[in-house]
Design a protein around this ligand. Structure first.
Ligand code: UDX
Length: 441
């Protein structure tokens, strides 16, 4: 099986590298963060992703997975090099590609034999061709006539279910016109290829754009239903019934039609902004993508208004917030809509008691524990003596709360269910006021 190296052991690099080792490839994971390498070598995964620690341990043990900070050694030992470093948003929305180009430059300056460079990081259209030119230029300067193919291979993993997503993908996208690189990648993903997963072979530009278009479309779907949730509230309609009905139309589909507090995470916000920036630069603005971004900002602000309008004022009131992560089954709070909701409520003078099963540590990077935002050790301690309860992330453990107990410890029996996880009639039967998203209050 193929010898592969992964440069960058963040979420994407670690999940993908580990799963490819599980497919039988020999994988070396490289990261410049020595502490991360040392703990990974002992099987300690630096973030929460269900099942990943078992996968890492299993493949470390069978010798197909190794971790190092020696980039040169890893490059020399591998024919295929995946670049999976971060591409964070710059202040203008564009993707910051420094880490990607630094990795490509280092590789070009040090390779001595044929390689395939696979760009896994999400990069703007044209980046792989730019990397290709950079690599060729450096190889020419070095007087080396060796073949280095640059391939685009975007990822579509969802946090929280990434191992399932990796082993059951809808498609594998490979952007290259090199027949030998296509063949090599088929071998790397042999298990999926044999399972008849659709392989989409396209040119590099199309491959790069597929990733952005995929995420932007899903984000647009979420923003669409979120905008309609506001209208539902105004006209007395129910957004859940509406979503169920339109989702039955096979041309629309039922997924990604759950109204909520706005989308978040490491992909949708960043990728929609990068796509809008890219399109403007190409003098072909994407109005729907721009509207998607604006609608998402509005939805988060609308959640704060919903709470303040209902309570009259939140100044000096204590509010329990259940859920900090942008979705359940992750400890990731990056671009979580809860960040904006917290910010909005703090600005209006609320005191917050917050709880999340996994995201508390990461949230404290943004908001340290203080007298205005208190990190509690359970959903019930957060609710104790609070003026209202706000459910912001649909963790399983919040789906079956003890409402008799909550009723006795809350100052006022008001629940804001920003993920629509409860049946309003059930909650009202316990004497609570129930406020959902796009449902009649
Ligand atoms: C997403 C893409 O799904 C994945 O293919 C890509 O590789 C990375 O980005 P992820 O960010 O892990 O994955 O989460 P996802 O499950 O797609 O949800 C994104 C956001 O949309 C979350 O904040 C989620 O709560 C929100 N969402 C999703 C809704 O509000 N309603 C929905 O119906 C679906």
């Amino acid at each position: 099986m193929a010898k592969i190296c992964f440069v960058g052991l963040g979420y994407v690099g670690l999940v993908t590298g580990t799963c490819l080792a599980d497919f039988g490839n020999h994988v070396i994971g490289v990261d410049s963060d020595k502490a991360r390498i040392e703990s990974l070598a002992q099987g300690i995964v630096p973030f929460y992703e269900p099942g990943l620690d078992d996968y890492v341990a299993r493949n470390l043990e069978n010798g197909r997975l190794a971790f190092t900070d020696d980039l040169l050694g890893a490059i020399n030992a591998s024919r295929i090099i995946f670049i999976a470093v971060g591409t964070p948003s710059s202040s203008d929305g564009s993707a910051n590609l420094d880490a990607v180009f630094n990795a490509a430059r280092f590789i070009a300056e040090h390779v001595t034999d044929e390689k395939i460079l696979v760009v896994k990081s999400t990069v703007p259209v044209g980046t792989c061709s730019d990397i290709d030119r950079l690599v060729r230029g450096i190889l020419d300067q070095r007087g080396l006539a060796i073949r280095v193919d640059v391939v685009s291979n975007p990822e579509f993993l969802r946090e929280g279910t990434s191992i399932y997503d990796f082993t059951h993908p809808d498609k594998v996208v490979i952007g290259t016109e090199s027949a030998s690189a296509q063949e090599a990648l088929k071998q790397v993903y042999r298990v999926l290829y044999l399972n008849e997963t659709p392989f989409v072979f396209v040119n590099r530009e199309t491959s790069e754009l597929i990733k952005y278009a995929n995420n932007a479309f899903l984000a647009m779907k979420v923003s669409f239903i979120n905008e309609l949730s506001g209208l539902c509230e105004k006209v007395g309609a129910n957004v859940q019934d509406l979503a169920r009905a339109i989702g039955r139309d096979g041309r629309i589909g039922s997924k990604f039609l759950h109204a909520g507090p706005g989308y978040g995470g490491s992909c949708f916000p960043k990728d929609t902004k990068a796509l809008a920036y890219m399109a403007n630069k190409a003098e072909n603005p994407l109005k729907l993508v721009e509207a998607t971004i604006a609608a998402n900002e509005d939805q988060k602000a609308r959640m704060v208004r919903k709470i303040t309008d209902k309570l009259g004022t939140v100044t000096g009131k204590t509010l329990a917030i259940l859920g900090l992560t942008f979705k359940p089954n992750t400890d990731d709070v990056r671009d979580s809509p809860v960040l904006d909701i917290i910010e909005g409520l703090l600005e209006k003078g609320a005191v917050l008691k917050v709880f999340d099963p996994m995201g508390m540590k990461n949230m404290q990077v943004y908001y340290p524990h203080n007298s205005k935002i208190m990190y509690c050790n359970s959903e019930y301690s957060a609710t104790e003596s609070s003026d209202a309860l706000i459910i912001t992330t649909e963790w399983h453990q919040f789906r079956n709360l003890d409402f008799t107990r909550l009723g006795s410890i809350l100052k006022s029996k008001i629940i804001f269910d920003l993920r629509n996880i409860y049946d309003p009639a059930l909650i009202r039967s316990f004497g609570f006021e129930y406020i959902g998203v796009g449902v009649i209050s």
